[in-house]
Design a protein around this ligand. Sequence first.
Ligand code: ADP
Ligand code: MG
Length: 431
Amino acid sequence: MTSDPQTRALSQALAQGQEPTEAFVWAWLPGATEPVVAGRLQATGDLIEFNYGRSYLDRDDAIALYLPELPLRRGIIDPLDGLRMAGCIADAGPDAWGQRIVMQHLLGAGAGGADPAQLHPLTYLLSSGSDRIGALDFQFSATEYISRDDDSASLEELMNAADRVDRGLELSPALDRALLHGSSVGGARPKALLGAGDRKLIAKFSSSTDPYPVVRAEFAAMELARRAGLNVAKVQLVETLGRTALLVERFDRVEGSRERRAIVSALTMLELDEMMARYASYADLAQVIRERFTDGRDTLRELFSRITFNILVGNTDDHARNHAAFWDGEALTLTPAYDICPQGTSRGGSDPGDGVRARRVPLQPLGRLRERGGHLPADRDRGARDHRRSDRRRRIAVRRRGAGGRYDRGRPPVLLAPPVPQPLRLGGLGR
Ligand SMILES: Nc1ncnc2c1ncn2[C@@H]1O[C@H](COP(=O)(O)OP(=O)(O)O)[C@@H](O)[C@H]1O
Ligand SMILES: [Mg+2]
């Protein structure tokens, strides 16, 4: 079933119970149309360390892949305390949906219900598609770059393939290859990458278990957000084969060019990983924006508008991988908004007020937020505060930022949405 040499080698190794222990990171530098090798990832125990290559450090145009995680220097660089690997690397890898595609690709359709943790993170990085979000890719070789891109499939073929995976069915080798191309894109919803002339698109599909027309709801919210004046990714709704797909224009690609724009998620900016995602707070994000973003003041206004809009449309899935920034080697710039989708509630309602109540965000202090130029109100969620106190890794993260310092003002923060558990199971995906 496998196609390119890299995934073929991975399949063979897996069949013998082996997984890769290293991978080379290739990067598209700002303005470049071809990647250069930047360094090596090495699995050591539970950690994945990074080492810049000498050839990369010697380049005049080299940039740090992300700061403060991976400063341009010689020698092994450990992930920040509490992380298994650098967040900017993890951002470039697949999430629940992509992991499912990779598992199906390497292990067959029977892998549908298997635990995604049974494959090593390096296996996911090395076998997912090369056209990944941002400006990185991962290869077995430090000298030869072999792309795993294949964007020749039509929307109908991709939709059909995603539907078969959603229902736990086998894929033909051609459909398997087509879907693997988009497997590196994060998120849990069924999706694929699509080329449309010079434009690069993410196609988001419905799932057999959607309790309401999720794709249409996302289109409506994204379009409404644009009309309300937010900076959002361009979206288009298309009907084909009697089903609906949302086409989202990629902002990490430059139209008509082979350039790629580096991106990091808010989770990475907050120095957290998925296990600690429940500690991501808008206040910490606002602080990162003040200190490290271009156009800090305008960005705070935009962030506040996005938070408000999410509350109004009942998007309770506003987690730290649903915010991102471009990285140019020195500063961060907020990307257009994406994945704004009203969520159904556990009670089955879709009243926007439910979203607010579900998040326990007090509406009244939000008024004060405006006066304070982007500061967010205190969250009164005692459960979250208790967790915050007791979690060792959170303490490490806070200590790293300077306890009692800039980030920790002694107030419990307003938290972004906690990650929703995404069990990989046959017959559909949760959000
Ligand atoms: N327009 C876009 N351009 C570039 N990257 C995007 C865009 N939209 C989403 N992404 C990236 O793709 C990931 C998955 O997309 P998302 O819409 O969040 O899917 P899901 O609904 O499955 O969470 C995001 O976390 C982000 O990294
Ligand atoms: Mg998302």
